[in-house]
Design a protein around this ligand. Sequence first.
Ligand SMILES: [Zn+2]
Length: 145
Amino acid sequence: MILIYKSLGLGATKAKPILQQVAITWTGLHFGGQRPWFICRGCGRRAAVLYTTGGLFECRRCQGLVYATQQEAPYYRNLTAAQKIRARLGGSLSTFDEFPDKPKRMHRRTYLRLRARGERVEAACMALTKRWLSRTGKLRRARVR
Ligand SMILES: [Zn+2]
């Protein structure tokens, strides 16, 4: 099978046509019949879907795209840490809101320590979201039927 598409490479301003030859393999189905698979050029494994983020199409693993849950784990770990700190300061739990002010009865030093940690985990959330968006924004799929 040949995939023909246009790609805007990194830093390129004009899309150039790319012709990628992809091998197909067939496996037998339990109740008869056969189904096709792509052979990934990167690892040689079978794949039902190939992905690209700008270059050639490869399997999910070779394109460095992990499953949503694997990506979400560090995000939620940071988000939970951020919300715990916000709750302790008696402020809004939403990381889109301003960081809470110092509660009246809290020592300044304690507040500054919590604030430093809070801002660090919130920045980590933001960075993970950005990375996810930049990957999925460029993502294209090819599906074998
Ligand atoms: Zn692969």
